[in-house]
Structure formats: C-alpha cells, structure tokens
Design a binder for this molecule. Structure first.
Ligand SMILES: *Cc1c(COP(=O)(O)O)cnc(C)c1O
Length: 436
C-alpha cells in the first residue's frame, strides 16, 4: 500500500506537465490504491470515522490549512466538504494551470460565482469585459446587483478604459481570453500592469485581483497565472472534460484562496460530484494535450477553408495571419513546449446582405439536418465538431443592441473543431455552403 515515506527514483516534479496530467500524484496521499492502474471512483456521501475525536478534527481542521502546507490531506467527513476522487482531480488541474491549488465545482458557473462571491463583498465593484459568456453576463447584470455588487462592463482591449473604470471599491478585473464567441484577445500582462498601478496604495484585502476565465484556451494553450492573473476559473464541461459526458468547473489560484473558497463551497454547495470528477480525472485531463494538438491542426485548415470561401464575410481564428490580434495571440497562447497554440475555436460570419442572419440560420439548419460529422449544439472542446449561432443561442441573454454593438451579429457562427478527419469536416461545411 502507498507509503508516504517512499522517495521515488523518478520524482513527479522532474517530469513534464503532459506526463503528469496522465499520472497525477502517484502514489497520492488522498487515497490508498496502490494496486489499481486507474484511480478508483469514490462514491460515498459520508465517511466512516474512527472516533468522535477524529470527527471533531474533521470539522475543526476544515478550511484551516496550516501555513505552508498546500497539499494537506484532509480528514474526510462528508462529500460536499472534500472527497478523494475530486481531490485527485483538483491536484492535477492545479498542475495543468501552474497554480498552487485548485477546487472543483458542480459547473463552470458555480466556479465563477464562488470566485466572485469570495473576492467581492456587498458594496464593492468589479470591472469586466463587455463581452462575456451569456450566463456570466446574466450573473453579473442580474444577480450580483441584488447583493449590491455592481459591475462596469468595458472594452478590456483598451487599458485606459479599464483604468478609468476602476474605483476605490473595485476588487476584481474579470475577463475571458480568447473571448467567447469572437475570440478577441485580452492582454493579460497589460491587465497586470493596470492592476499593479491601482494596487500601489491599497491594503491587501482591498487589492484588485485579475480573474481570467480560461475555458476557451484551456491550460494546454495558455496559462494565465504565469502571465500575471491571480485566479483562473474554467468550465470542466468543455475541452478539459473533452468527451461531453459531464458538467463541472474549477477555480485555480494561490494557496491563500484555498480556505476561503472551500469554506464558501461548503456553505453554498456546488461541489463537483465525484462521479463527474472521475471521467475528467481518467479521460479528460490526461488526453487534453493530445486532443488539443489534433483539434488545432484541423482548426487552422477549417479556418483557412472558410476564409477563402466566397460566401463567408470574415473568419476569426487566432492562428490565421489575418487575425487582427495575431501577434498578441502568439505571445500569449503557448503550449507546454512553448509553441504557438491558437486553440480549437473558430468564429465566422456568413455574408448577409440585410443583416437578418437568414443565410447563417439556413447554413446551420442544413447542417443540423444533414451533416454527418458536424452537430448543432452548444458546448465546445469535445471530440465531436459542434456548431452554433451565438447571437441566438449562447449569447441570447445580451440585449439586441448590445450584441450588435459588441460585434455579435445574427450571421455569426461558432465552430468547435473536433477529432474527425479534417477533410470530412471541411467537406460537410463545403456542402452546407452550397445550399445557401
Ligand atoms: C460554458 C462556459 C462557462 C460555464 O460553464 P458551465 O460548465 O456550463 O457552467 C463559462 N465560461 C465559458 C467561456 C464557457 O464557455
């Protein structure tokens, strides 16, 4: 059985991240399973305790990590507090993002809400990019104001607009990069400078923190913490889960945030079910690098095909040389071997004389009914190629005028390139474009 005193000849830390995402902490102190090749799925709402003393210890130690010990093995009491399978996933997600700690939530939205709920109090304020994932936009504009947390939504590609929006009550700068759905890149290092200027005279608890939603890029393509972010949030449902079987989310950040966040998760709920953590631990994260390399090599072909097509108005893919922020993307999106990693998402607009979106809707409807390898569905980063219309679907919660002002038009389509043969994806798109 696992022996914590073993010091292996080939330590984990001397291996590359791609390898570590497959092997995790092995052996792990979280669960004793030295005869399994695959870590077991723990399915126990409560945990058996040997004595009242140990039960009491489980409660008093919870969310009280001793200083300097980021991987303390908890006394397991109840699933919502902490669980070994979820814990193993959390360790590996922290490795993937280069963070000190990670916590897993029941969905990406639960992770985002827990982060903002932990970092911002009533009466305080956040600055967010003007284009956000639809539910994040709704959270920030519908729900946070009820807690007297207000947001200024600005164009975060413009550092001066961010500077102007920061008030003495601002606690968070929040953005996605690449932005869902149009793949705008926000310069994380530039935002770091803005936050540092604002923080010069602030007490620790008043500091402005940078929170990045890294769902689109995934840690394979971009590590925001290395680029200056304080906290990363992401949906595990998308490319990290990879197979589209489970919903989940994660927060990755400094050790100092572990205790407040796990305490928040204990009381608000929304812990990732171990049954959903397991496929991400065993299939999703270990195959992330391999899938991403293949998604990307097809995505550039798909983007190039679309860019050359006479019925397409424009194509946005960070890997295209014509992408408006190609250089910034090259600087910021790097894989674990420091190669340019522009990701698996492509946004394109179908030519649309009257701006009604009719040709794009026709294209997508034709695909929905007839295409073998492209599926009309939200979500992204799966082994299957998915297409959707952000204007009418994922971003429908934004008001029409705001959507148009923000460049989300009815003729826009978002495609998440999967693992099918790239020529089949292109042939299906070619055929669909012939129908409109
Ligand atoms: C899907 C998504 C989320 C929300 O994640 P869920 O797991 O669906 O709750 C947040 N941000 C981005 C960019 C997303 O694509």
């Amino acid at each position: 059985m696992s022996n914590q005193n073993d010091s292996p000849e080939c330590p984990e830390s001397s291996h590359r991240i791609r390898t570590r995402l497959i092997h995790g902490h092995s052996p792990t102190d979280r669960l004793d399973f030295s005869h399994h090749v695959v870590p077991p799925q723990s399915c126990s709402a409560a945990f058996r305790l040997d004595s009242v003393k140990r039960g009491a210890q489980g409660f008093t130690e919870f969310a009280h990590t001793p200083d300097g010990d980021s991987r303390q093995v908890p006394t397991h009491v109840y699933d919502r507090l902490d669980d070994p399978t979820r814990g193993m996933l959390e360790d590996n997600i922290a490795t993937a993002e280069g963070g000190e700690m990670a916590l897993a939530f029941a969905s990406g939205m639960a992770a985002i809400y827990a982060t903002l709920g932990t970092l911002i109090r009533s009466g305080e304020h956040l600055v967010a990019h003007k284009v956000l994932y639809g539910c994040t936009y709704s959270l920030v504009t519908n729900w946070l104001p009820r807690l007297r947390i207000d947001a200024s939504l600005v164009d975060m590609t413009d550092p001066d607009a961010v500077r102007a929006a920061i008030t003495p009550h601002t606690r968070v700068l929040y953005f996605e990069t690449p932005v869902n759905p149009d793949l705008t890149i926000i310069d994380i290092a530039e935002m770091r400078k803005v936050a540092d200027e604002a923080n010069m005279d602030r007490l620790e608890e008043q500091k402005v923190r940078i929170v990045v939603d890294n769902t689109f890029a995934t840690p394979f393509c971009q590590r925001p913490l290395e680029l200056g972010a304080d906290v990363v949030c992401c949906s595990l449902t998308k490319a990290i889960g990879g197979f589209g079987t489970d919903v989940g989310g994660a927060v990755i950040g400094p050790k100092s945030l572990h205790d407040p966040l796990i305490f928040y998760r204990k009381d608000f709920g929304g812990s990732l079910a171990p049954r959903s953590a397991w496929p991400t631990l065993v299939y999703g994260l270990p195959s992330l690098a391999t899938r991403m390399v293949n998604y990307q090599s097809s995505a550039i072909r798909v983007a190039t095909f679309l860019a050359d097509h006479p019925k397409i108005e424009r194509v946005l893919y960070p890997g295209l040389e014509t992408f408006p922020q190609h250089r910034l993307a090259q600087k910021q999106m790097r894989d674990y071997r420091n190669r340019f990693a522009p990701g698996s998402m492509v946004y394109f607009e179908v030519k649309d004389k009257d701006g009604t979106g009719t040709p794009a809707a026709k294209l997508i409807d034709w695909i929905a009914e007839n295409s073998y390898c492209i599926t009309l569905a939200v979500s992204l980063g799966q082994i299957k190629t998915l297409i959707e219309c952000p204007y009418n679907m994922t971003h429908s919660s934004l008001p029409d005028a705001e959507k148009r002002e923000r460049g989300i038009v009815p003729g826009g389509c978002r495609i998440s390139v999967g693992l099918e043969d790239r020529d089949d994806i292109i042939d299906d798109l070619k055929l669909a474009l012939e129908q409109i």
